[in-house]
Design a protein around this ligand. Sequence first.
Ligand code: BJW
Ligand code: ZN
Length: 247
Amino acid sequence: MVVRDEDIAAAANLLKQATYVCALTGAGVSAESGVPTFRGGGGLWEGERLEDVATPQGFRADPKRVWRFYNARRRQLRAVRPNAGHYALAEIERLVPRFTLITQNVDGLHQLAGSRNVIEIHGSIRTVRCVTCGGERDAADEDLPELPMCERCGGLLRPAVVWFHEMLPQDAMAAADEAIEACDVMLVAGTSGVVQPAASFAIWASRHGAGVIDVNPDPSAFTPVHTVGLAGPSGEVLPAIVEAMKA
Ligand code: BJW
Ligand code: ZN
């Protein structure tokens, strides 16, 4: 890890002085749990065209293909556990007066690690929703058929995630807006920052004076707006920040 101790200390100080911390996470925080990210080498979009598997048009054209993609990811997720980065974020929540975690991830690993105030802006892969009646239920532990149907109305079920060209859930967006407006520090970890609207959250926060910490081994869209940049894996950097906060 090429992260300097003084940058860890600077991040820890920002967090310790904050009264309201808002974290924004992406696929990179789950990478060390063995969950593939979307972009870059070995990413999910290397094996599939996102238009085919992550748009409502793709689902209408070939729902079996989309369900094959999601069922494979759902099976894989049953075997993965939170990593040290997830646990560190849960600990930061306990160390600061107010904390909201906005995640783009659909894997549920933050909640498993003990994070409490979590907003899933891209939904959850654990949940299924009927395209006809809108009914939702948890199906995390089920092996779903290649084309699962609604028990209530016979309609087609879909994963309760947010695809491209779809609106984000209204309640999640409203809660995220509130946190972004009110926070003194935004802690960004493991996201490339190319997908809107999440890509704008740190800019909105910094416009009203919040400090921005970015944890990512590679440059991201947040690099130009960060107050402190920590170029290492979140499973190492976030626990180091927690240690520095407690020291
Ligand atoms: C590590 C690490 C380690 C590695 N530690 N880090 C304005 C302008 C232009 C376009 C748009 C716009 N507004 C809307 C759009 C369109 C579109 C969009 O943003 N397109 C862009 C591609 C240009 N947005 C939408 O359509 C959104 N809807 C919307 O805005 O509604 C309003 C509207 C409606 C109708 C018409 C017009 C507007 C919805 C976006 C939904 C995104 N959904 C997905 C799939 C979710 C379900 C699933 O999981 O299958 O969400 S796409 C995918 O990308 C997923 C992710 O949440 C999201 C973000 O990816 P993330 O998390 O950043 O992952 P990666 O892989 O990109 O990056 C990983 C990072 O980790 C890298 O930086 C690594 O370096 C790093 N990393 N190891 C720390 N160990
Ligand atoms: Zn139904």
